[in-house]
Design a protein around this ligand. Structure first.
Ligand SMILES: [Zn+2]
Ligand SMILES: [Zn+2]
Length: 341
């Protein structure tokens, strides 16, 4: 069964084609499940301004360049949808799910970083909008608002990437680890023993938590076009096999053509040559159960002792709340409200 759980839309500001174009392309290429996982919104209040002003009709590269200029002026992220885009994203995906239900199964997901300051907010969003799954795309260490872009990491940053990505996987909120070796995009890093160690630590965590790692086809296409190996990186995949990881093939398509079957087949051939188990369906995550468990853990932690610092990093409940409260609780509430139901 051919499936893809990593599909973007124009709402992220760097993709092309209508939502429906992706669905049609997927059907034509024989996909049985298509999961939309556009870059997640976060309720940022600081550095990155988010407004719902993305022109829906960007048809040419010149249009896009104009838009890029505009986002620089406005200091708006070109990396993700804004919270005000989110309801339309949900509406569109659910509409397509219904319209094409006889041809393909469509799922609603998000590609999200792990940002401890806003994980409660994200969990609440997933529960309220019936999101099927999240994939961890750790593009920023500690979030885009104040963190570092993974494509610009140095060795110190790499350590933080590894630490925070694993902390994210441990929340239980992510069904798959997208492009785990994304940091190979950084010009400040090239393969050496530290990278080897990072690959191994990440692979071990994914195997321990039974979260499949994604073989990223968009990265594969870039590697082929540039002749440089960034990600996917062959050493990561050899280590992933050694450590007993399972793999997901993710098209990471930012334009419908990236769903072309030949790319999927190339990835499958490579993974089969390594004899890694391929996961065809990452399933749906029960975010309500995670929320209930989290509340339970929170209560227990509170009742044990108010003095003792929270040591359970799986949910980071108290620390999250503190971080959020010190950040700007009023703005957080205001943003939360503006998303609506
Ligand atoms: Zn993207
Ligand atoms: Zn990504």
């Amino acid at each position: 069964m051919i499936t893809n759980f990593h599909t973007h839309t124009t709402r992220c500001r760097h993709a092309w084609g209508s939502d429906e174009d992706y669905v049609k392309e997927a059907i034509q290429n024989g996909y049985k499940i298509l999961g939309f996982a556009d870059h997640a919104c976060w309720p940022y209040v600081g550095k990155t301004v988010h407004e719902n002003n993305y022109p829906k009709e960007i048809k040419t590269a010149a249009d896009f360049q104009k838009y890029v200029q505009w986002t620089y002026q406005k200091r708006e992220s070109r990396m993700r949808m804004s919270p005000s885009d989110f309801p339309d994203y949900v509406r569109s995906v659910k509409h397509l799910r219904e319209k094409y239900r006889h041809w393909i199964e469509i799922r609603l997901g998000l590609e999200a970083e792990y940002d401890p300051a806003y994980m409660d907010w994200m969990l609440d969003l997933c529960v309220r909008y019936d999101v099927d799954y999240l994939i961890l795309g750790h593009h920023y260490v500690m979030g885009e608002e104040n963190g570092t872009y993974t494509g610009l990491l140095d060795k110190e940053g790499l350590k933080e990437y590894v630490r925070t990505a694993i902390e994210g996987l441990e929340t239980g909120m992510y069904a798959c680890f997208a492009h785990p070796e994304l940091f190979m995009r950084s010009a400040l890093l090239s393969y050496d023993e530290d990278i080897e160690q990072a690959f191994r630590t990440l692979a071990q965590a994914s195997a321990r938590l039974n979260i499949p790692v994604e073989y990223n086809c968009s990265g594969m296409i870039c590697n082929q076009a540039s002749g440089k190996e960034r990600y996917p990186h062959h050493r990561f995949w050899e280590i992933a096999k050694e450590e007993g990881c399972r793999a997901v093939i993710g098209m990471d398509c930012h334009m419908p053509e990236y769903l072309e079957r030949k790319y999927y087949e190339q990835a499958r051939e490579y993974l089969e040559s390594l004899n890694i188990e391929i996961v065809e369906d990452i399933g749906k995550t029960d975010f309500k159960a995670i929320q209930a468990m989290k509340e339970q853990t929170e209560k227990q932690t509170d009742s044990v002792s108010e003095q003792r610092p929270a040591k359970d990093h799986r949910f980071l409940t108290r620390r999250n709340r503190q971080a959020k409260n010190t950040k700007d609780s009023k703005s957080f509430k205001r943003r939360k409200k503006s998303i609506g139901h």
